[in-house]
Structure formats: C-alpha cells, structure tokens
Design a binder for this molecule. Structure first.
Ligand code: B12
Ligand code: SF4
Length: 501
C-alpha cells in the first residue's frame, strides 16, 4: 500500500513504461466547431507527454482532432501495446472517451482519465472501463501513478487519484499544485502532427498559429465557469520561460501568430508590462491574441499591446444587463465593458465578444439590453451561447431539476434549453446578426438612419415579436404563413452559433 508515495521513487521506476495519451476530440463531430477553423492541440496532453517522457517513460500521443474515427487509436493500440492509456476528457467527448477505455482495457492496458470533465465527475468514468481518474493538475499525478503501476503497488493514498475499490469510488487526498510552472519541460509538440494544425491555419488565415499558456488558473468566480482542474488558484510562468517557448515555436515550426490560452490574460500588471517589453525588444514580428476581461484591459496599455503584436481580444461581455452580470457573479460593470470596447476600437485591435443568453433569471428586458449594447459597439466577431450548465458549476446546481442537466447526461450537444422557448433566443441572435451586418454602413455613412432603425426594431421586438414568440396575447400566424418578411425568416433559421473558449 502506498500511504505517502515518494515522487522520487516513482520517477526512478517509470523508465521504458509504454504510455499512450489520447485526445478523443473529433473536430468533425463537434457541432460548435465544425464551421470554424479555431483548432489547437491540447496543451495539457502535450505537457503531460513531455513531463512523463522527461522522467523516462516511452510516450506516444494519439490526437483524434482531424481523424474520421477511432482507427488511429486502434492502430496505436496494436502496434505500440501500451501498458497505460491516458485519456484527456471534456464533457463533449465523454461517450468517445468511454469507447476508447473499452478498447484499451480489452487490449490489456491500465486506463486512466484526466482533464476538466473527469476531474469534476470521476464516477462517470469509473462506471465505464476506466481504472483510475487523475483529478486536477496532471503531470506529477501521472508520473506517480506510472511509478506505482510499475512497482505493482496499489493506488491507495495517491494524491489526486480516484479509483474503484470493492464497488466504491476511493479518492486520494487533493494534490497540491506544482509550485513552479517554469520547472515543466516545453510541450511535446513533436509527438503530434503539429504541421496539420499549422498548415490549416496558414491556408485559412495566412499565418501559422499555435497556442501557449502563460499561466494556470483564474482567481475570478463566474458562476457558470467550470474550473475543476485549477480551481481558483492562479500561477504565472516567468516571462523568460514564456519567451523561450515562443522562440522555440518560431524557430522550429515557423509560428508567427500565437493564441494565449490563459483563462484570463493580464491579471498581473507588472508581469504583463515585462512581457510586452520582452516582445518589443525581440522584434520578432509575432502577432498574438488573448482572452481578457473588461476590468483588466487598461486603456493606457493598448498602444503598447498593439505595438507588441496584439491583434484580437476575446472579451467575455456576456450580457448588456448589469443585473445579469451581477447574477452571473461576473465581477465586471457595463461601464468597464463600454470603456474597453471603445478603446479597442480606437486602437484598431479586433474584438471578439462572448455573449450568453438564457441564464436563469434573465428577463426579456435583459435580452433587449444585450441587443442594445451589441448595437452600440457591434464587435467584428462574436459568439452567442445559451447558458451551459457544465458539471460541478454553480449554474448546474441552479438549473438541476433532479433529472440531471443536458451536460451531465454527456450528450454530444452542450446546449441547455434556457428560460424562454428557443425562438426567443433565435430572434435575439437574429437581431445581433442584423446589426452586425448593418454596422459598417450606418457607422460610416448614415448614423441617423441606424438610430431610427434601432428604435423601430426595438419597438417591433417589444410590441409584436416577443409576444408571439413567448405565446403572449398576440396570435401566432396560421400554418404556412409567416409573420415577418422572408429575409427575417432566413435570418431566424441561420446556422447555430459557435462558442470556443
Ligand atoms: C485553450 C482552450 C481551448 C482551445 C484549445 C483546446 C484544446 N485542444 O485543449 C480551443 C479554443 C480550441 C478550445 C475549444 C474547446 N473548448 Co476549451 N478551453 C481552453 C482553456 C481556456 C485552456 C485549456 C488549456 O490549455 N489549459 C492548460 C492545460 C495545461 O491544462 P489542461 O488542459 O486542463 O490539462 C491539465 C489537467 O487537466 C490534466 N489533464 C488533462 N488531460 C489529462 C489526461 C490524463 C490522462 C491525465 C492524467 C491528466 C490530464 O493535466 C494537464 C496538465 O496539468 C480551458 C479552460 C481551462 N483553464 O482549462 C477551456 C476548456 C477546457 N474548454 C472547454 C470547452 C467546453 C471547449 C469546447 C468543447 C467548446 C465548444 N466547442 O463548445 C471546445 C473543444 C475543442 C477541443 N479541441 O477540445 C471547457 C471544458 C469544460 C468541460 N467540462 O468539458 C473549458 C474547461 C472552459 C470552461 N471553463 O468551460 N478550448
Ligand atoms: S469565466 Fe473566465 S474570468 Fe470567469 S471564472 Fe471562468 S476563467 Fe475566470
């Protein structure tokens, strides 16, 4: 029995152990991503691979992102005969993860899950063919588990490991976070077909794009956010180590555009300034994009961010109603959103808004407020989602009616029905699409026309459309007849929105 496992003992014993790490995400089966080309490999899996390899394991990675099915995994299972198979999990990919575990176990491997979804509900994985789940940060958990396996020891007491014992789920104590992210090796890019990602990006945008993380975790507490791996902790890598990674990507793979995949970029003021200085000093001509919050985007930073290569900011605007932002525990104000958005526009930095509809408690007035905010700033890009109750989140507890939410049933779609009938959300999205298309014309040539049309469509929406859509006092049109002209109908039946974070 391993009561207090020594990482050192584990490290010595993993040499030569055959480990296959799998990303079960299949792009062609993701209803949200199929339309976009926003694809990056899992940095978590690449970090695990690099760490386990550094400790002596023989590591391979199967990345199914561009595959048509499970064949690449089956081939690796036959040719490599892994002793341990580790699967990266997201809610969306639960069914495929379970199928992979079935095949891996039939092939004689020990099967381990890790990542956001299995961290928040290990039972769902242990009920299938998974032997264990690593909850939370994975590098040391994986290597210690490999060590225990190699020595034939049991998993009792291993921090961050859950497994089934005599029909019950047994969990080790929580695993402390790595104190120093700089101690991790660079991601094992060589173990996947990175060129496949880069050349797709090059074809669609002209730049070779890759993702990096400069920090782990986020100290904020938005109520829909799933943070099962890093919780509310926050650790920042040093500027030196991030710049080393960017330099290696540039030299080895010709990467010239980077997506900073931190939960939130720019949390530490001094770090951000040092990072910008380092980028400006190097004159690499590297461009980048990041996700930030309106309360952190200091307008005075923007000229330097632009000069250092910032091209686009993903902004979690979420709602145009302060009451909704407060209910979501978002911690931002509409004033901050307005200031950040206006400043980004002034400095010519692209903005991609995330908007969320259908959060419990949202009224039709709140939806209108969101459309009005959208109309004022008309971001170049945006995505609208209906609130998704991910497992383990406060939102899931709010919407759970006892039968389990859509997300926790592991269906391939993450959409939750929302408060109003779906046509209300389709109508709201259609209004945004309409304003987005009209914006270049009204902003440039005839602002007064934009204002008048804005008021007219507000009236139409409030007085007629929403009464019909919510089954209010007005009568719905007879079958086969439409209440609105055909161009509005076509907007209403447009494709589902994308959401990628
Ligand atoms: C960057 C990012 C993306 C990028 C890249 C995704 C990718 N290929 O992984 C893009 C924009 C493409 C993206 C898309 C999507 N994303 Co995303 N994304 C993130 C983000 C912001 C950072 C992920 C990251 O790199 N973290 C840093 C690494 C080091 O951490 P990690 O991946 O968690 O890995 C560590 C541990 O989890 C663990 N671990 C992970 N796997 C394994 C496996 C084993 C065997 C073991 C032992 C351990 C282990 O060890 C790792 C190292 O410590 C996270 C938020 C977050 N903080 O995690 C959301 C997040 C992972 N995404 C999420 C979602 C929902 C999606 C989409 C499904 C959105 C959609 N289409 O609807 C898609 C799925 C696409 C895909 N390829 O998987 C959710 C997942 C929630 C859930 N429960 O499933 C998250 C948590 C955001 C959120 N808070 O809601 N995403
Ligand atoms: S939504 Fe973003 S800011 Fe809010 S808690 Fe999650 S990662 Fe942090």
């Amino acid at each position: 029995m391993v009561s207090s496992p020594s990482p050192f003992a584990a490290v010595r014993s993993v040499a030569g152990l055959r480990v296959l790490l799998v990303d079960p995400y299949l792009r062609r089966e993701d209803p949200m991503e199929r339309k976009g080309e926003e694809q990056y490999p899992s940095l978590g899996l690449l970090s695990l691979a690099a760490y386990a390899r550094q400790k002596g394991a023989d590591v391979r990675v199967v990345d199914l992102t561009f595959a048509r099915g499970l064949e690449p995994f089956d081939r690796a299972l036959r040719s490599f005969s892994p002793e341990v198979v580790g699967v990266h999990t997201k809610t969306l990919t639960l069914p495929r993860s379970l199928a992979i575990a079935r095949r891996a176990r039939a092939g004689g491997a020990f099967v381990l899950a890790g990542g956001p979804d299995s961290s928040s509900r290990p039972e769902a994985y242990l009920a299938g063919d998974f032997d264990a789940v690593a909850t939370g940060e994975g590098e040391t958990a994986l290597v210690e588990l490999l060590g225990a396996r190699a020595q034939g020891e049991s998993l009792f007491g291993l921090p961050g490991i859950a497994f089934r014992h005599q029909g019950k789920v047994v969990r080790g104590p929580p695993r402390p976070f790595l104190p120093d992210l700089d101690a991790l090796p660079l991601p094992a890019w060589d173990l996947i077909d990175l060129e496949e990602y880069l050349s797709r990006w090059e074809r669609s945008t002209g730049s070779r794009r890759m993702a990096v993380v400069t920090s782990r975790g986020c100290p904020f507490d938005c109520s829909w956010c799933s943070k099962p791996t890093f919780g509310r902790s926050f650790r920042q890598r040093s500027v030196r180590s991030v710049v080393e990674e960017l330099g290696a990507l540039r030299e080895l793979y010709g990467v010239n555009y980077v997506r900073i995949c931190d939960d939130v970029f720019g949390i530490q003021r001094r770090w951000t300034e040092e990072f910008l200085d380092a980028l400006l000093d190097r004159h690499w001509g590297l461009q980048f994009e990041c996700l930030s919050r309106a309360d952190l985007l200091r307008p005075e930073w923007l000229p330097r961010l632009k000069a250092a290569g910032l091209r686009r900011v993903f902004l979690g605007v979420e709602s145009g109603s302060q009451a909704m932002l407060d209910l979501m525990n978002r911690g931002t104000t509409l004033g901050q959103v307005e200031r950040a958005s206006a400043a980004l526009r002034t400095h010519g930095i692209g903005q991609y808004w995330f908007l969320m509809l259908g959060y419990p408690g949202e009224t039709l007035e709140d939806l209108d407020a969101t459309v009005r905010l959208f109309r004022r700033f008309a971001p170049e890009e945006y995505s609208v989602s209906v609130a998704v109750p991910l497992p383990g989140t406060r939102l899931e507890r709010i919407v759970d009616d006892g039968s389990g939410s859509v997300a926790s049933q592991g269906r391939p779609s993450l959409l939750y029905e929302g408060v109003f009938p779906p046509p209300v959300y389709r109508w709201t999205r259609a209004r945004m699409r309409f304003w987005r298309r009209l914006d270049p014309i009204t902003r440039k040539y005839v602002p007064v026309v934009g204002e008048t049309m804005g008021s007219a469509t507000d009236w139409w929406s409030q007085e007629i459309a929403r009464k019909v859509l919510t089954g209010g006092p007005l009568q719905a049109p007879a079958p086969g007849r439409s209440l609105w002209p055909s161009w509005i109908s076509s907007l209403l039946s447009g494709p589902p929105p994308r959401r990628s974070r």
